[in-house]
Each structure stands twice: as structure tokens, then as C-alpha cells.
Design a protein. Structure first.
Length: 423
């Protein structure tokens, strides 16, 4: 309240000076320019905080409307409260004055408003297939490019929106016979972002299937594919799966982590005790580290963080993945291809003849893969692997259910960890 009284006093003083100077010039205004600027700033602050409430995952969806209404009236007071909280959180010697804290918060809010009002120009997003052809080149035959240009633009907008909002999945599925819904999974929660009419969305689905090297004439049989999006020097990979459903065709697009290959173990949120245990096991020349968790819980990112702790120049590191989510330097990475008869089991058998020091298995799915990986851990190899289950106990039960002997599990398994992602 002291800061508010000081600001109001300063504003009144400024308005009197302006009024005096204008009176000296023989001019008079029916309003105070300084107060008008203060009102405009108040409105922009309210709009800024409403925007933050709209996209905040901390506020339940059913409360968002009420929260936005309240924020329209008390936005600047929220800024003052945040400034006071930040001041009290700092050590006593480093605490700024309340006025300075409010000034810093105001500058941050104004910077955020300018970012939202006028975003910086960006290079266009290019969608490319596995051969490096852009989606425009795929559609450049005949008159198709001119007719489908708005469809290609809409497809690029959907993908760009997912990347900007840090989505992990894009779901495009029929709402009814006349409309489709586009949903994004952000921080583990699905959010509907767009409704499209059936004709337009079917064309969008066909464009994604075309760039993913999938058969656009097949609507009912499940298909898999992949494509790449590139903007400037940033590249993102996508895995696509289609299936025929009631009222049309459903498309599920997994956004593969763009930074998965850059993390280190001390950057992924492990507790110090957990980090110490993992590092101790990784220093051993052999044994298996098994990471378990449900789909989308960051298991592959954890494996890449472990591989980044290894000196890959002095150790022969070979991975078997489905698909390869990030390219690791000085690493031999093998991608599973069932159509070419390249499976986890067959790839592992060939890897053992290539003098590996470290073997990374993207996922244990069958008895053959589990048995070969555990035997490799017994014979002097460090094996990193993942398995889909809910807990450490469930992982052991899963291995037993796959037919692996308890003796092989006890002798080959060195560390078992289960993980989840927090919003």
C-alpha cells in the first residue's frame, strides 16, 4: 500500500506539471494524459493476466471462467502481490525495496505483453518425408499445388501450434460425420484446440499421410509412418499412426522430444541420492539398468541422459530403437523395421558380434529380447533398457511372464527404476 500511495502521488504530481505547461501554452484538456496512460496500462495488465490464467495448468478448467472475470478487475493487484512475495522469498540482505520489486514485475509483464502482441518473425515451417522431400514438392504435380495450398498451410499451422505449445501428441479424430476435432496432449492432459469440417480435415489427414509415406487410399487398415518438421536450424521428428474408426479415420501423431539427446542425468530432475545410485551402477562394466513406466513417461529421454554420461569415444555404444528419437554422436544406432525383418531380437544377436561395451535397448517386448539382453548383461556388457509397466514390482512380474527365468533376472539385473513426469 505504501508503494501504491507513492505511485499515485507521483502520478498526480506529473499531471499537475503537464496541466501547468499546457495552461502556459494557452491549451486545456478535459482529461489528464498521465491518468489516461495509467488507465491504458491497467487494461493491458488485466489482459496479460487473463492470458496467463487461460493457459495455466494450475487452474482447473471449470474455474477458468470465474478466474478470468476476477483477474480482469484485480490484475495489477496480483502484480503487487507477486512482487511482495518475491521480495519476502529472498534473503534479507538481497531483498529489494517493494517499489523496485513492483517495477521489475511491471517491466516483465510489459515485455510479455509486447511478445504476445507482436511476436518476432519466424521462418516458415517445412514438413518433409524420410527422403527429404518437402510437402510442397510432394503436391507439386499438375494443378494440385494451387488447389491444395490452403490445406498445406492449415497442416503446417496445426504442427507449428503443437510445437509452440510443447505438445507431446496430436490427435485428429472424427467428432461426428460432419466435423473432426484436433486435440493436443500438453503436460499429460488432452486439450481440444480446433474443430474442422469433415471435408477439410480429411484433406489435412491425407496431406500428413502423404508426407509420412503412407497409403492415402487406404482408410480402414492401420498404418504407421513418420515425417520431419524443420524451421531454420531446429528439426522435430514425428511418428504417425492411422486407424479406421466410426465416422472416418483417426490420426495419432507422436511428437518426438527435440531435446532428448541433449539432457544429462543431473538435468532431468533426479534427487541427489537417486543420481548417486545410478552413477555408481553405470560405472560398473556389466549389468542391466531397466527403466519402467507407462507410455509417454520420459523413459527414452532418461536412457539418452545415461548415454550422455558415458565416454562414447573410448567405449563402443550401440543402440536398438523403434524409432530413433535423437541422433547421438559417436554412437551406432539401429532402427527397428519389421517390414525388413529387423526386430529387437535379431538386432541384438547381431550386435553381440560387434564388440559392444554398452548396449541400449529401446523397449523389451518379448521373451527373446529380454533373454538376450539379460545374458549380455551377464557376459560383460552394460545394458540399458526400458519396459512398459506401472512399477518396479510389475516390471519383475512382466519379465517372469515373458518366460525369463528368475535366476537370469537375479544375476543380470543391476538396477530397476520407475519414473513419472510431473506437470
Amino acid at each position: 500500500m505504501i508503494g501504491m500511495a507513492f505511485c499515485l502521488g507521483d502520478m498526480n504530481g506529473g499531471s499537475s506539471l503537464v496541466a501547468t505547461s499546457l495552461a502556459g501554452m494557452g491549451l486545456s484538456l478535459p482529461f489528464s494524459p498521465v491518468r489516461l496512460l495509467g488507465l491504458i496500462l491497467w487494461v493491458y495488465l488485466c489482459l496479460y493476466f487473463v492470458h496467463e490464467v487461460e493457459f495455466s495448468s494450475l487452474i482447473p478448467k471449470r474455474w477458468k471462467t470465474g478466474a478470468k472475470i476476477v483477474t480482469l478487475g484485480v490484475g495489477p493487484f496480483l502484480l503487487l502481490g507477486v512482487a511482495l512475495y518475491q521480495r519476502l522469498q529472498r534473503p534479507r540482505d538481497d531483498r529489494p525495496s517493494l517499489l523496485q520489486a513492483a517495477r521489475d514485475g511491471l517491466l516483465a509483464a510489459v515485455s510479455g505483453i509486447r511478445h504476445h502482441v507482436k511476436p518476432p518473425p519466424e521462418s516458415p515451417l517445412q514438413l518433409m518425408d524420410s527422403a527429404g522431400r518437402t510437402i510442397d514438392q510432394i503436391y507439386s504435380h499438375g494443378d494440385a499445388k494451387h488447389q491444395d495450398s490452403h490445406i498445406l498451410d492449415l497442416t503446417g499451422q496445426i504442427i507449428a501450434n503443437a510445437l509452440e505449445r510443447r505438445a507431446s501428441d496430436i490427435l485428429i479424430d472424427p467428432k461426428d460425420e460432419a466435423a473432426y476435432t484436433v486435440r493436443l496432449r500438453i503436460d499429460g492432459t488432452l486439450r481440444a484446440v480446433q474443430d474442422l469440417n469433415a471435408g477439410t480435415c480429411k484433406a489435412v489427414i491425407n496431406s500428413i499421410k502423404a508426407v509420412s509415406n503412407m497409403d492415402i487410399s487406404e482408410k480402414r487398415r492401420p498404418q504407421d509412418g513418420a515425417f520431419v518438421a524443420k524451421r531454420g536450424d531446429v528439426t522435430a521428428s514425428f511418428r504417425v499412426a492411422s486407424a479406421g474408426v466410426v465416422n472416418g479415420e483417426k490420426l495419432a501423431i507422436r511428437v518426438l522430444s527435440q531435446r532428448a539427446g541433449t539432457y544429462r542425468l543431473d538435468e532431468i530432475g533426479l534427487a541427489p541420492k537417486q543420481l548417486t545410485v545410478i552413477q555408481e551402477v553405470m560405472e560398473r562394466p556389466s549389468g542391466m539398468i531397466l527403466v519402467c513406466g507407462p507410455t509417454g513417461s520420459g523413459k527414452t529421454t532418461t536412457l539418452y541422459a545415461m548415454l550422455n554420461q558415458i565416454d562414447r569415444l573410448t567405449r563402443n555404444v550401440i543402440t536398438v530403437e523403434d524409432p530413433i528419437e535423437a541422433v547421438l554422436p559417436h554412437t551406432s544406432q539401429i532402427e527397428i523395421n519389421p517390414k525388413a525383418d529387423i526386430t529387437f531380437g535379431k538386432a541384438l544377436r547381431s550386435i553381440l558380434r560387434q564388440d559392444p561395451d554398452v548396449i541400449c535397448v529401446g523397449e523389451i517386448r518379448d521373451e527373446e529380447t529380454a533373454e538376450i539382453a539379460l545374458r549380455a548383461a551377464q557376459t560383460g556388457h552394460l545394458v540399458l533398457a526400458t519396459v512398459h509397466c506401472d512399477s518396479n514390482a510389475a516390471a519383475v512380474v512382466r519379465l517372469l511372464d515373458l518366460g525369463v527365468s528368475p535366476l537370469l533376472i537375479s544375476s543380470g539385473l543391476s538396477l530397476l527404476l520407475s519414473q513419472r513426469l510431473l506437470r
